[in-house]
Design a protein around this ligand. Structure first.
Ligand code: TXA
Ligand code: MG
Length: 322
């Protein structure tokens, strides 16, 4: 069992001594290690059972710190960094020699962001550490958005969980790369494409499957609950036909006045907004997965703003059944 606490000094000490510690961010909890410590980095992969070929995101406390970890900070990145950091945007940039190939899976680029969580920002700024942190879940399982979820999944393998409450955004960061003067979206996330295009002043390009740059972490199947999950525009109809199963419907639109006894209804967004759905998604998937349904049928959001990122995660969660 890990100690769960709110003490950044203790967390900092564990990290400086080469331990792996779970940290809160505004997106999801991360499983953090000092990027200078090879054995701590290896432990992160081991604990998550993540292939060494899947690179990690590095979290830093300032733009200057980020600059020290890259060879080049293109003008466009320089322009948007102060506007979106701290925040849920990860930039892929050419790495400097300070970044070990273990972090980047041997690639010449590093993924960087300044997280917008007060505790973790304190921790980073107090210690001056750069922390490599993937989401704090076993490989391919649902990302954690509370300290209790981290404890349940990985508590036995780490000494300390820095408890920052429930993650406000609830979805991983948006990942982008730069190509000439263009922004390439590699993973939709908590920072919307619309906001990004507006503040960058250039379009955000989504690469087609054929010419997507090599980024080993973008596996199709990801973020999956153990319970089979289907994505459906007509969740109630589809659930209605599964009368021999216990079905959870995770709905975003309307709930009908009546439905079969074998169906339980769960609202994806408590306030009806896509931000609410994003913030609630992993929490409710963790919960539903523990309830032992035969099947979860989820209704996608309109494909815009945060809806795109929520739908991306739902599609990946559904992949295991494909
Ligand atoms: O919100 C987040 O991004 C959370 C919190 C903890 O910061 N972290 C997170 O990490 O989602 P992870 O490891 O679950 O996802 C990181 C993704 C992976 O798909 C990985 O392949 C990709 O980032 N990535 C890391 N470094 C990269 C690089 N140099 N080039 C391309 N993709 C990279
Ligand atoms: Mg992850």
């Amino acid at each position: 069992m890990a100690i769960i606490g709110r003490d950044t000094t203790i967390a900092g000490r564990y990290l400086s001594e080469g331990n792996v510690v779970a940290i809160p961010t505004e997106t999801v909890y991360g499983l953090a290690a000092d990027i200078r410590n090879g054995s701590a980095l290896r432990r992160v992969f081991e604990i998550k059972q993540r292939p060494l070929s899947n690179p990690l995101i590095v979290h830093v406390g300032s733009v200057e710190e980020a600059q020290s970890l890259v060879r080049e900070f293109p003008p466009l990145a320089r322009h948007i960094a102060p506007q979106c950091w701290p925040g849920p945007l990860t930039m892929i940039l050419p790495k400097s020699d300070l970044v070990s190939p273990l972090v980047t899976a041997g690639q010449d680029t590093v993924a960087l962001r300044i997280p917008a969580h007060p505790l973790t920002l304190d921790l980073l700024q107090q210690t001056g550490l750069a922390l490599a942190a993937p989401s704090a879940n076993p490989f391919n399982y649902i990302s954690p958005v509370t300290a209790a979820q981290v404890e349940a999944m990985l508590g036995a393998q780490i000494p300390y969980i820095l408890d920052g409450g429930q993650c406000q955004r609830g979805l991983e960061s948006t990942i982008i790369a730069f190509e000439d003067d263009r922004i390439i979206l590699l993973r939709p996330g908590a920072f919307t494409e619309e906001d990004l295009a507006q503040l960058a002043g250039v379009p955000v390009l989504r690469k087609g499957k054929e010419n997507t740059p090599a980024h080993p972490g973008m596996f199709k199947k990801h973020y999956s609950p153990r319970t089979p999950l289907l994505l459906s525009e007509n969740p109630w109809e589809e659930a209605g036909q599964m009368w021999d199963k216990q079905v959870a419907v995770l709905y975003f639109g309307r709930m009908p006045e009546s439905f079969g006894q074998h169906i339980k209804a769960f609202m994806l967004s408590p306030d009806g907004t896509s931000a609410g759905a994003a913030a609630n998604l992993y929490n409710i998937l963790h919960e539903l997965d523990a309830l032992g349904f035969d099947c979860i049928i989820a209704e996608p959001l309109p494909e815009e703003g945060l809806g795109r990122a929520v739908n991306d995660r739902l599609r990946k969660a559904a992949q295991r059944n494909a």
